[in-house]
Write a protein that binds this ligand. Sequence first.
Ligand code: KIV
Length: 263
Amino acid sequence: MKNITLRTLSKIKQNGDKFACLTAYDSSFAQVVSDAEIEVILVGDSLGMVLQGKSSTVPVTMDDMVYHTRCVAQSRPKSLLISDMPFMSYRTDELAMENATRLMQAGAEVIKLEKSGHIVPTIQRLNDYGIPTCAHIGLAPQQVHKLGGYRVQGREQEQADLMKQEALDLQQAGADLLLIELIPATLAAEICTLVDIPVIGIGAGPDTDGQILVLHDMLGVTPHTPPKFVKNFMPEASSIQQAIELYGQAVRSGRFPAIEHCF
Ligand code: KIV
């Protein structure tokens, strides 16, 4: 696999093809994921749950994210490297600029921000300074306590219309990628055709340009019962690398997610 860039993902979308994404939090797994030709690695704040054993991503700090981004970048993956901005790390424009700079200097190539009231102007400001961004809409796990749980978003028409407008506003502000989590498959398909930028889905049906899963979930090492949209690829494989390759093939061929993984 050649080095993957934002341009590579745009071309994949233009050609009507699909790409695969996985989380990784350390150098060894990042190497395996890159060798398995997964196009995107996300250093997700899900590390709070899968590495630190916390019950949500809320306690994850900027220092945690910088440390794990540096660990992943150390392996020089060919996959595009996205890193999460953790809870409250972009609550002002100044903080967003400062913390995005820390992640980029640790090796991130794109930074991801979950939706909040201020995300559109923040994305605009980061874009003005040449910092590539991925806007995370639909379910925002950092707002789990406000939402009262990890619930499917956008089921009602009004909420769905707002989400479509939000996607357009984020694209207009300069977001390079969208990530949509836990929404009905039909709404995800509409958003994907509405915007020109590549859209990554998780629990959002088969029609997004890319799919992402938490690495530990697709390797079947999640301590809790995994959500409905997860598939464990280990039972079909004889090694971790092969399970990851099978996941990539299933995404690119449209076999994952299947109907049982969708809302
Ligand atoms: O933190 C994370 O791993 C994520 C994915 C679930 C998309 O944001």
